[in-house]
Design a protein around this ligand. Sequence first.
Ligand code: AMP
Length: 231
Amino acid sequence: MSETMTPETMTKAAVLILLGPPGAGKGTQARMLEERYGLVQLSTGDLLRAAVAAGTDAGRAAKSVMEAGGLVSDEIVLAILKDRMAEPDTAKGVILDGFPRTPGQAEALDALLAEQGLKISAAVSMEVDDAAMVTRVSGRYTCADCGEGYHDSFKQPAVDGCCDKCGGKAFKRRADDNAETVGARLTAYHASTAPLIAYYGQRGVLRKVDGMGAIDSIAADLGRIVDEVTA
Ligand code: AMP
């Protein structure tokens, strides 16, 4: 097995894609990889939520689609992603969380990376049971200050009402993390995003991890993949 990589020993920019339905743990794992490897988490969901909060044209167009659990147009998502990818902090590598979500986005990503002389290091499918996702998503919330994730049943702060990570006292839940919208999001995932598993399989970059295990054991599996593809 290769030695564990650190931001200093990584030899090439990693482009890691996390694939999986809502609730698979993409955001949690992306944040852990970000801390451990100095990669940057690019979540199109976060970028869109920021656009909605800022009231930009893109945010106004995306808001109702997101509330209904549908997919925002490729045009808006690609514009938002391109802007973010142009920022210098992405040079060491990125973890794409929630993107690409359609075959059109996957092709656009290939073109964008080719322009920058980059290619996909690995597309990791986080394999989970659909039935468990509604419970996982419906109970989750985050620290309003640092974004650390929690869950009503699976991961509560050690001290009630106080973030383990930053001590923050305010928490928030996403507007679309309710049982109804999760159903629509799962449907969108199976219709538009799941076919990307075969797409990346054909390109020889697909990896699979068991997403039903403990958070730390999934992180260890992902770490092994990052170590391998960045060696
Ligand atoms: P997420 O935070 O990844 O669960 O995304 C939340 C919502 O943002 C999704 O349900 C979509 O409405 C929208 N969204 C995020 N990423 C994309 C994307 N790549 N393509 C289209 N819509 C997206």
